[in-house]
Design a protein around this ligand. Structure first.
Ligand code: NDP
Length: 336
């Protein structure tokens, strides 16, 4: 039986929580954190910066982050009080973890509502192209009653690169709709959960080419790490079946953007559905906007409810206070 943490650890709340981001306003999180941590001081923006400037930040015990300014995070970690770095996303690639001491846990969000959102988005992306919904939208604009070829899902092979929390959820849904689904991960998958019985599983560099050769649609759901940066390059695209559909819902830096344009020009890639980009927002003059074979969505594949982020922060903090490992702490050596 797992030892129960002491009662005071179960009710522990951080004295202060800092919200760090250089790219978005974090105040949308405040109501959820106020409700979850009524006794904590919540700090962001100018008030936070003033405390940092005055060196009065020793009671900040949690940093809630989305693209946190490196200088602020470094200052918080230098001065002993910080116990938890909480990403508000499934990934932690937006945090410069080099600056963090190994003893400070970095946690990501693992959340079923985020999973459902991603499953819905990926299922839509696959169906949209595989059932030619893009063409029906164009026909409808012309009031044309026109049938496109129908290929059964069982004849379409979807490959998911990244068979983690989100990838497995997408795989289950696609299998349930009758698609042939294969997945690729870093380590071998044994004993996959119920619902994934029909999945063909591949792992590691040795099985990558075989995996890619059977992907009519390739979905990238990898975390962004040193190993996966630039994963979607021309060499990879040339290993896919000709005319394949590429779906990138991982991170923009997984894709070598110029290589996609080359592969489209060659006809090697038939279409792309892209939700993440190296530069976000995607600049108005970017060539991706102009190619009808590329469907751009503005990094909306899924979202997490702020209440879930606040709840997971509380859970992580209490475990850390009780001397236990945080449940969704990232392995910084692995990068995800
Ligand atoms: P997980 O950590 O649960 O899963 C990651 C998967 O990728 C694992 O299967 C892992 O393999 C595999 N992987 C990691 N590195 C490699 C590698 N070098 N080679 C092969 N496989 C590798 O992550 P999640 O499923 O929770 O999230 C995945 C990513 O989705 C996030 O990191 C984020 O970038 C993106 N995302 C995008 C969103 C959007 O709105 N567009 C929203 C949410 C997330 P193994 O199983 O062996 O460990």
């Amino acid at each position: 039986m797992t030892a129960m943490p002491p009662t005071d650890a179960l009710s522990a709340v951080p004295r202060s929580i800092a919200f760090l981001s250089k790219s978005i306003a974090m105040d949308f999180l405040l109501p959820a954190y106020q409700a979850q941590f009524p006794g904590s001081r919540l700090l962001l923006g100018a008030e936070l910066q003033a405390l940092l400037d005055a060196g009065q930040h020793s009671d900040i015990e949690v940093a809630v982050c989305w693209h946190p300014p490196a200088a602020q995070l470094a200052q918080l970690t230098r001065d002993a009080g910080l116990q938890l770095v909480q990403s508000i996303a499934a990934g932690i690639d937006h945090i410069d973890t080099q600056a963090l001491p190994a003893s400070t846990p970095v946690c990501r969000i693992v959340d079923s509502t985020m999973g459902y959102g991603m499953t819905a988005f990926v299922s839509w992306a696959v169906i949209h192209r595989q059932r030619h919904m893009d063409r029906y939208v164009a026909h409808a604009a012309q009031r044309q009653w026109r049938e496109e070829p129908i290929v059964a899902p069982s004849q379409h092979r979807v490959g998911i690169a990244g068979l983690g929390t989100l990838g497995q959820g997408c795989a289950k849904a696609l299998l349930a709709m009758g698609y042939q689904v294969r997945g690729w991960s870093r380590s071998a998958k044994q004993g996959l959960p119920a619902g994934l019985e029909g999945l063909q599983s591949f792992h590691g560099q040795a099985q990558k080419a075989e995996f890619l050769s059977g992907c009519d649609t390739l979905v990238c759901l990898l975390p962004l790490t040193d190993e996966t940066q630039g994963f979607l390059d021309l060499a990879l695209m040339r290993q896919l079946p000709r005319g394949a559909h590429l779906v990138n819902v991982g991170r923009g830096a997984h894709l070598v953007e110029a290589d996609l344009l080359t592969a489209l020009a060659e006809g090697q890639i038939g279409a792309a559905t892209l939700d993440t980009f190296s530069t976000e927002p995607l600049p108005a003059d970017h060539p991706f906007w102009q190619d009808p074979r590329i469907l751009v969505t503005p990094h909306i594949a899924t979202r997490t409810d702020p209440r879930v982020i606040a709840r997971q922060t509380a859970h992580n903090f209490r475990r850390i206070r009780a001397g236990q490992a945080a449940e969704v702490a990232v392995d910084l050596g692995r990068g995800y």
